[in-house]
Design a protein around this ligand. Structure first.
Ligand code: MN
Ligand code: MN
Length: 465
């Protein structure tokens, strides 16, 4: 899918693309023709990160391009995106200055070609800019694998709820499973009650598109068990405790967690990681109808814990509860859940920094290191036991929402923890899955967050052995 935008260097004709920063521009000038040095000065090009300068040849053709990148030993994932987004179509040979490594830089180059134009009457013309770089095909292919996974998250999130209801999300999961020879089982509508998923049924039963649990299995059963769970609320009106219009506007993205779980699964299966993979996606629409669940209702969950509904807009943790309980019944070696769960996590950390919750400090430390290494940031928040009382109920074991306005991301994570069996190594990601404004390589709209950090973790944990 992205392989057309990157090629190994085999000496093919290509325009030189010199990477420079504000310090190394002086080194580049050494030994250049006076004409080119004068052009750079006349254009006021200083090597600032993100700046681009085309150099004319004597015949008026492009003799090469200078691209400003940040100082440092290696490129970050988005450092080449400004160039890839603005260069004329063509083939460019990467010529880093000094010892600078290409690093993560391939990713932004590839993703600068991402478009979501499904609903445009005229699709934007594709302007392929081919990067000629490197001598190791596996490195370029790995970058393409990651770009394809990010693009999958974006496509699934960007597709409006009218075209991405629970059934269509299940179709996307089925196509993914079929491509990689995975098994998929779907539990739909009233079968959710018969098979013991009352919370998924409760949240989704008011929608015209039936609620369902998507269950994908792949890989050798003898390999370590990795289970991914994703919140698949295809649209969140808030239910009867309806959201105000401004808060409802982006709720097509409330299946962003499911998109992350599927995209991470795509990478695992594509790379044939030696794990037994399972993906669980409770896919529902939180809608309003005569049979909608109500504030004050009580549900007995799969795990047996009874939950009073304090607010129908705290639906994500409900559908995740039964999915997490199911996941833990086979005691996976690693359990990761992804969810656009709380606004409180955004209040705490803002849109670009997903919250990580895990009781496992080793896992948290590993994840932080991988997140840092691949520039896919996350920040650990505590499962602070002292706030458990905030979920107290007067009629049931717990309430799904806290009366307090404080620590909403933490109380949501504490709620989930009730449904995770204690020996299971578990991490929960509360993420935004959205770019509120456009940056090079990152258009406004759906976005993958923590996806590459988790992939780095899985690769390190399960490939090396
Ligand atoms: Mn909600
Ligand atoms: Mn929600």
């Amino acid at each position: 899918m992205f392989t057309q935008y990157i090629e190994l260097d085999s000496g093919q004709p290509a325009t030189p693309l010199w990477l420079v920063d504000e310090d190394s521009l002086a080194l580049w000038r050494d030994g250049r023709e006076a004409r080119q040095v004068a052009w750079v000065a006349a254009q006021g090009f200083k090597g600032k990160a993100g700046d681009l300068l085309l150099l004319p040849a004597a015949d008026g053709q492009c003799a090469g391009v200078l691209a400003g990148v940040p100082r440092g030993d290696a490129l970050g994932p988005w450092d080449l995106a400004p160039a890839a987004g603005r260069l004329p179509a063509g083939r460019y040979r990467l010529l880093p200055d000094g010892k600078r490594q290409l690093g993560e830089g391939r990713l932004g180059w590839l993703l600068a070609h991402y478009r979501f134009d499904r609903y445009r009457s005229e699709a934007a013309a594709t302007e392929p800019r081919v990067l000629v770089a490197g001598e190791d095909a596996t490195v370029n292919l790995e970058a393409c694998r990651q770009a394809a996974a990010v693009a999958l998250v974006r496509d699934l999130v960007n597709t409006p709820a009218g075209d991405m209801g629970p059934a269509v999300l299940a179709d996307a999961a089925r196509q993914l499973a079929a491509r990689h020879g995975a098994e998929m089982h779907e539990t739909i509508g009233d079968a959710l009650l018969a098979e013991g998923f009352p919370t998924i049924h409760m949240v989704g039963r008011a929608a015209a598109d039936a609620p369902r649990l998507i269950d994908i299995r792949w890989g050798d059963p003898d390999h370590p068990k990795v289970t991914l769970v994703g919140k698949g609320v295809c649209f969140d009106s808030g239910g009867l405790d309806l959201k105000p219009s401004s808060a409802m506007l982006l709720m097509k993205k409330d299946m962003g967690g499911a998109a992350h779980a599927l995209a991470l699964a795509q990478m695992v299966m594509d790379a044939r990681l030696p794990v037994r993979l399972r993906v669980l996606v409770p896919a529902v629409e939180n809608s309003v109808s005569g049979n909608a669940f109500r504030p004050g209702d009580v549900v007995r969950t799969r795990k047996g814990i009874t939950v009073e509904i304090g607010n129908t807009d705290a639906e994500g943790r409900l559908v995740l509860a039964d999915a997490l309980a199911l996941a833990c019944e086979e005691t996976p070696d690693l359990l990761l859940d992804f969810a656009t769960l709380t606004g409180a996590a955004r209040v705490a950390l803002g849109p670009e920094l997903p919250a990580l919750f895990t009781p496992d400090t080793t896992l948290a430390t590993e994840l932080a290191a991988h997140a840092d290494a691949v520039s896919d940031p996350l920040w650990r928040l505590p499962l602070w036991d002292g706030y458990r009382d905030m979920l107290a109920s007067t009629v049931a074991d717990i309430n799904n929402s806290s009366e307090s306005g404080f620590a909403g991301a933490i109380t949501a994570a504490l709620f989930l923890q009730r449904f995770v069996a204690s020996p299971v190594t578990w991490a929960h990601f509360d993420l935004y899955a959205w770019n509120g404004s456009a940056k090079p390589g990152r258009p406004k709209g759906g976005e993958a967050m923590t996806l590459r950090a988790c992939w780095a973790l899985l690769s390190a944990r399960f490939i090396a052995k």
